[in-house]
Design a binder for this molecule. Structure first.
Ligand code: PMP
Length: 444
């Protein structure tokens, strides 16, 4: 049955273009690169009638844009010839000094010399992987992990081995087990990639005890830790946890970003790395971009100097807390029995586990038709797991829309369960018995 007000989805276009001529010429490392579920989803889920709980866009509507415009005007008038010029491959010294101040909020004591400014923390991930990984090298990551990091590891042909986690973060027993068995198999693990605070996609925060355990294991096994912490200051309930880098400075490369605490469009992030690694990162950065965006660094430094950025983070926290609470209330009211979800203390995401037999990827087209979108759990695993999971983000829609989104999702789940019961088939097969709607969007 088609619901009133349902979205009809476009036929996917399949045009042959001249680009196909080059299909044999692509480098081997591009072969596994396919459109991610998240990216393809944006096209459909951004329509106004769809409540998108799929993307991870920060809500920056509360920024003081008029005052920022004046500050940027002044920047161009007074320092434009420097701000619009090439700059240092490592990042501008004043920017790195400011980053030291930002990291001090998370009890990280660092020197500006050990920082490399990057084009978002996404580029820091790329540079770190480029520095450490040859094709076939093993990288450890939480199960599940950030889709953008998995994309980077994939692009460098790494083998991602997932390490089990629970609601206290990475399971130290699983981590030790993975290191021992990979060593026995003759595999060298290049690093552990972890998001200890309000993890993307689960919203889980590593406990202090686990942080110490992970650091101990890393020391025992000479394991480098890549700590990715874009959400750390967006704590919604308690004080921020000490970063792994604040507990251990030898074996940790720390990645930070202004995307969530200020705005992502400037594309400024950073890596804080032990000395020798920092050298390599700078050379790699120079090969990649000559220098990170200079104008953005001037603009962000101006913001940090002239605005009360700590108060802005408090404003963000209050706004995201209300949205997180709307999502948790909506889930409590509308989810099917047997559905469970995490209770994040910060960040943007809730991770949902569906009752047995339901498949989040198979049901996504029907959910979008019912005007609600989410990211299927499979996007966050390198090994095809996660079909009973979905990531819901509470960062962008208003609390009212979030609540409505959970209501629609609840209805979709009920229909899915009905389909599952009626046909007694796996959800993938049920897709071919789709009674609800027109063509599916391309979400592969
Ligand atoms: N790491 C994680 C865990 C993220 O969620 C994101 C963005 N969603 C990034 C890195 C990249 O952020 P940016 O490049 O904007 O700093």
């Amino acid at each position: 049955m088609r619901q009133s007000g349902a979205v009809s989805l476009p036929e996917p276009s399949r045009r042959d273009t001249r680009l196909d001529t080059y299909v044999d010429a692509y480098a081997e490392r591009t072969h596994g690169l396919t459109v991610s579920a998240v990216r393809a989803l944006f096209a459909v889920a951004n329509r106004p009638e769809v409540v998108s709980l799929a993307g991870g866009m920060p809500n920056i509507a509360d920024l003081p844009r008029d005052a920022l415009a004046k500050a940027v005007d002044r920047l161009i008038a007074e320092r434009g010839t420097q701000a619009m010029q090439y700059g240092s491959g490592q990042g501008e010294p004043f920017m790195r000094e400011k980053i030291v101040e930002v990291m001090a909020e998370e009890q990280i004591h660092a020197h500006a010399d050990d920082i490399v400014v990057t084009c978002g923390s996404q580029q820091a991930l790329d540079l770190v992987t480029r520095v450490f990984c040859d094709p076939g090298d093993v990288v450890l990551a939480e199960a599940p992990s950030y889709v953008g990091a998995l994309g980077t590891f994939h692009a460098y042909q790494c083998q991602v081995v997932h390490v089990a986690m629970d609601d206290a973060g990475i399971d130290p027993v699983a981590l030790r087990g993975a290191l021992v068995s990979l060593k026995a198999a003759g595999k060298r693990v290049k690093f552990l990639y972890t998001i200890p605070n309000f993890q993307n996609p689960t919203g889980v925060t590593q406990t202090l005890e686990r942080r110490h355990a992970i650091i101990e294991i890393a020391k025992e096994h000479d394991l480098l830790i890549i700590e990715d912490n874009p959400y750390g200051l967006l704590t919604l309930d308690a004080q921020p946890m000490p970063a792994l880098r604040s507990l251990e400075d030898e074996n940790v490369v720390y990645l930070g970003s202004f995307s969530k605490i200020f705005a992502p469009g400037f594309r400024v992030g950073w890596a804080l790395a032990p000395h020798a690694v920092r050298e390599k990162l700078v050379l790699t950065q120079e090969a990649a971009t000559l220098c990170p965006p200079v104008f953005s660094q001037f603009a962000i430094a101006t913001y940090l100097e002239e605005f009360d950025w700590r108060a802005q983070i408090t404003t963000y926290r209050d706004m995201y807390r209300e949205r997180r609470d709307a999502m948790l209330t909506g889930l409590r009211e509308h989810m099917l029995e047997g559905t469970t979800w995490t209770h994040p203390e910060g960040g943007f995401f809730v991770w949902v586990t569906l009752p047995e037999g339901l498949d989040s990827q198979a049901m996504l087209p029907r959910a979008v038709t019912a005007r609600v979108a989410y990211t299927p759990g499979t996007a966050f695993y390198a090994d095809g797991m996660g079909s009973r999971n979905m990531r819901l983000s509470f960062c962008f829609p208003t609390p009212e829309r979030i609540h409505e989104g959970t209501r629609r999702l609840g209805q979709v789940l009920e229909q899915e369960l009905e389909l599952h019961r009626t046909f007694g088939l796996g959800a993938e097969a049920a897709r071919h018995h789709d009674l609800t709607a027109g063509p599916a969007p391309d979400i592969s």
